[in-house]
Ligand binder design. Structure first.
Ligand code: GLN
Length: 197
């Protein structure tokens, strides 16, 4: 039987698209840029990069990408949101009624570290990825305020969840694509390859 190479799309509306593509290419997957709903059809997984969540929420709605992503996610497509991507995956966004996909049973707070700490780097323990901490770059990052019973917290910073998983959905408050550590992307590629439908 011919083996199927895992196909991962990167939502290409705004943000750190190229960096995600570079990591995925290093991992040997078939990478696609996604701007139109029909480009979701063949994907095993979709990455939603960082950027500005209100802008991307509006653009997704305008192009019909929101309903298309929700439908494909319901059919088993894996989704990984980094920073803004995790915000738009959340069901609840503190103090905001902005557009969202609502894929994960989490409540997030945007720009949670305030203006003083616009961006910073930290080492995050993610025990499921091994003993070595994962280097994490936070840029105007959100945090997860609460998570439902089906959500596992993979990693925390200062006691707050910053990496979460719910079945085939993965969220990170930081930017793993800006470091050389490919373990989180590798986890996502594995999630996207499991029980492919
Ligand atoms: N602060 C942005 C927002 O709330 C997210 C920042 C990022 O993705 N780096 O939409």
């Amino acid at each position: 039987m011919e083996s199927h190479r895992t196909v991962i799309g990167v939502l290409d509306l705004q943000g750190a698209v190229r960096e995600h593509i570079a990591v995925l290419e290093r991992l040997g997957v078939d990478v696609r840029r996604v701007r139109l709903p029909q480009e979701l059809e063949e994907l095993d997984g979709l990455i939603i990069p960082g950027g500005e969540s209100t802008t991307v929420g509006k653009l997704m709605e305008r192009y019909g990408l929101d309903v298309a992503i929700q439908r494909r996610a319901g059919e088993g497509m894996a989704v990984f949101g980094t920073c803004m991507g995790m915000i738009v995956m959340a069901q609840r966004i503190e103090g905001s009624d902005q557009q969202r996909l609502g894929l994960m049973d989490i409540c997030v707070r945007r720009n949670a570290f305030g203006r003083q700490v616009d961006s910073f780097e930290a080492d995050i323990d993610i025990p499921s990825l091994g003993e070595d901490p994962v280097p994490a770059v936070f840029i105007r990052a959100p945090i997860v305020l609460d998570a439902g019973p089906d959500v596992s917290v993979l990693g925390e910073w200062d006691g707050m969840p910053v990496a979460v998983r719910q079945e085939r959905f993965l969220g990170a408050a930081f930017h793993p694509e800006l470091t050389d550590d490919t373990r989180i992307h590798n986890l996502f590629v594995q999630m996207a390859s499991e029980d492919r439908r």
